[in-house]
Ligand binder design. Structure first.
Ligand code: G16
Ligand code: MG
Length: 220
């Protein structure tokens, strides 16, 4: 039985990937190497410091810890200045309808995001009240693909992990959901995202009935 639904934030509810990309690209420009959208795929769902380490690896740059902290702070400053002007218009298709439907069916929702900026994004897009629990990058020490972020979401909803369905757009997140023993619906294509129980291209393609059907029909 589906007793809770857990949402990733970036790429599932809102499209902030473009803002992350712009801010990381500015850092790469400053360090003198190119950083493309294809490179950016590797950063999706990955924590801020891990993202910086991947970026530096792509550029073949080695830096001292102190310098890395400065760059991560600079990236975040640019990112926060973008998301501080976000509004409900930046919710992805279907997000608002699905949250409303789940609430009317008394199925609790949780957020399971790697972003430390998640609370600000929920607030600016007006969806905070739909969440029974919010777990973000401030709450966990082990990042996705570790299941901690989703297990904590289930715990805070007081729902067993096996009764939860997760929506994820990043491979690390799909892996985390599977390790948590949850049903995972991938937002994206099966070629980019391996191991989900079902795939949709946006939340506009799902609803409570579809979520139940995927959960009840899962074989693995
Ligand atoms: C998100 C993004 C990642 C980002 C991470 C940390 O995760 O997908 O690209 O690096 O959060 O964000 P911040 O620097 O704001 O703490 P998710 O899990 O919501 O997709
Ligand atoms: Mg994501």
């Amino acid at each position: 039985e589906v007793r809770g639904v857990i949402f990733d934030l970036d790429g599932v509810l809102v499209d902030t990937a473009v803002h992350h990309f712009g801010a990381w690209k500015a850092i790469a420009d400053q360090l003198g190497f190119s950083f493309t959208e294809a490179h950016n795929e590797r950063l999706k769902g990955v924590s801020r410091m891990d993202s910086l380490n991947i970026l530096l690896e792509i550029g073949g740059v080695t830096l001292a810890e102190e310098e890395k902290q400065k760059l991560a702070a600079q990236k975040n400053e640019q990112y926060v200045s973008k998301i501080s002007t976000m509004d409900a218009g930046e919710l992805l298709p279907g997000a608002s309808n699905l949250l409303t439907e789940l609430q009317s069916e008394n199925i609790p929702a949780a957020l399971g995001s790697a972003s430390r900026n998640a609370p600000l994004i929920l607030k600016n897009t007006g969806i905070t009240p739909y969440f029974e629990a919010v777990v973000d990058g401030n709450d966990v020490e082990k990042a996705k693909p570790d299941p901690q972020v989703f297990l904590l979401g289930a715990e805070r909803m007081r729902v067993p992990p096996e009764d939860c369905v997760v929506f994820e757009d990043a491979q690390a997140g799909v892996d985390a959901g599977r390790k948590a023993g949850m049903t995972v619906i991938g937002v994206g294509s099966p070629s980019d995202l391996q191991g989900a129980h079902a795939y949709i291209s946006s939340l506009a393609e799902t609803n409570a009935a579809h979520i139940r059907k995927v959960h009840e029909g899962r074989q693995t």
